[in-house]
Ligand binder design. Structure first.
Ligand code: IFM
Length: 439
């Protein structure tokens, strides 16, 4: 596949999904650990007490990444390890864990891509109102300051948030993630606070750091089910809510109009009365997490008067349609919307019901096919002129898939939950070949 020779190849994870030992060495409680420990919140009452035991095995896992042959590793920090109460004094032992991880990556010639926040918020901050409280944005800026002062000498690529839309929607509208709230009226408040936190974080970074900082958004392109005006309008609402809400204010300073209209200006009053100028902090790159698309049509009484139609095509174990063309379309769409900002695919991958490990092998042909087709789609976007700089597969390891616990496996590397034994799946060998052939 014809990728540029300086293209970055990587794999991605996040703190709560793999680390385990969430309270070790003076760490505070995170909102996710607390939520997962509440009965009935996560499938099978799974939680991240052990996860992939990465906290105690990070050195071996870095060796695994080296063996995979990729150039870069995208990971996130558990904020409560660093600031147990979400503010104030720094827990040096927590910071040391990430210092050791970054040192090991650099020793192995692997470029660290650090995400400051991938959903695990200190529980103390959630108790103080979390993302419904404006003050959390200032706390995030302080945290950014601490991390970049400690590690910017070694980390060249930073990102503020992973998928802020998921924090807003799953946590405050749909209730499947902490704090488990269910009210669409939260959306403007939480989106505004997250975007303010992002912008304040970027400013704190610039005051301290000298490398690059970006944001990672999840994009699920929306296709109208028909040419009817109703379905086109439904598409615009769905796209505004999921795909434009965390991009437009940063790039153009505007809240997506179809969403404001759909919810009514009264629901947005406080946010609309504020200037968006502080949100337009320039970023160095944008990351996109792409998994699937959706086809939408108008439906009275549906969410924002829309409905998603299931397509007669292959779906992954998450119930997500396999649609590689959507990645090309997404990259072209983002490139136009951001006027050619450097882009990364920061996550792409699939959960499948893998066959067992037999003779040291996992034959996950479905995942190999998924990756191959999506890499072709990414290559096609590059040929069309998109400034795509890298691709990270989700995920390095089978891990804790949030409300689905350990039931969904996205790893290129199989993890035996009983022994923590790691085994390369065929998809890991496939990615290694692709990286090797293209670098
Ligand atoms: O596991 C998640 C990850 O934490 C964020 N992006 C989507 C992945 C698969 O659901």
């Amino acid at each position: 596949m014809p990728f540029p020779t300086d293209f970055t190849w990587g794999v991605a994870t996040s703190s709560y999904q793999i680390e385990g030992s969430p309270l070790a060495d003076g760490a505070g409680l995170s909102n996710w650990h607390r939520f997962a420990l509440e009965a009935g919140r996560v499938l099978n009452d799974d939680h991240g007490e052990t996860a992939c035991d990465h906290y105690r095995r990070s050195h071996d896992d870095v060796a695994l990444i080296k063996e995979l042959g990729v150039d870069a590793y995208r990971f996130s920090f558990n904020w409560a390890r660093i600031q147990p109460n979400g503010k104030g004094v720094v827990n040096e032992k927590g910071l040391d864990f990430y210092r050791r991880l970054v040192d090991a990556l650099l020793e192995h010639g692997i470029q660290p891509f650090a995400t400051l926040h991938h959903w695990d918020l200190p529980a103390a901050l959630e108790d103080a109102g979390g993302w419904l409280n404006r003050d959390t944005a200032h706390r995030f800026a302080d945290f950014t300051e601490i991390m970049t002062r400690a590690l910017d000498g070694q980390i060249q690529d930073w990102c503020t948030f992973n998928e802020p839309w998921v924090i807003m929607h799953e946590g405050h509208v749909n209730g499947a993630h902490p704090p488990g709230l269910m009210d669409l009226a939260h959306a403007p408040i939480v989106a505004n606070n997250l975007l303010r936190a992002h912008a304040e974080g970027v400013r704190a970074y610039r005051a301290n750091g000298c490398h690059r900082i970006g944001l990672v958004v999840n994009i699920e392109p929306k296709y109208a089910a028909s040419d009817s005006l109703d379905d086109q309008a439904a598409q615009a609402r769905a796209e505004s809510y999921m795909n434009r809400l965390f991009i437009d204010p940063i790039i153009t300073g505007e809240w997506p109009q179809p969403l404001v209209e759909a919810m009514g200006e009264d629901a947005w009053r406080d946010v609309l009365d504020e200037s968006t100028a502080p949100l337009r902090e320039p970023i160095d790159w944008l990351g996109v997490n792409y998994y699937s698309r959706s086809v939408v049509r108008h439906k009275d009484g549906g969410f924002l008067d829309t409905e998603t139609l299931r397509q007669a095509r292959a779906h992954t174990e998450m119930g997500w349609e396999v649609y590689p063309q959507g990645l090309t379309d997404t990259l072209v769409w983002l490139s136009e919307r951001t006027q050619g900002l450097p882009l990364y695919v920061t996550e792409n991958g699939a959960a499948f019901d893998d066959p067992p490990v037999i003779g040291g092998r996992v034959d996950d042909q479905a995942r190999v096919d998924y990756l191959r087709e999506h890499l072709h789609a990414a290559a096609q976007a590059i040929e069309m002129g998109v400034n795509l700089r890298g691709y990270f597969a989700w995920s390095l390891l089978d891990n804790f898939e949030w409300q689905f616990g350990y039931s969904k496996r996205f790893g290129l590397v199989h993890v035996d939950p009983a022994t923590q034994q790691r085994t390369f799946k065929d998809s890991a060998h496939f990615l290694r070949e692709i990286c090797h052939a293209n670098t």
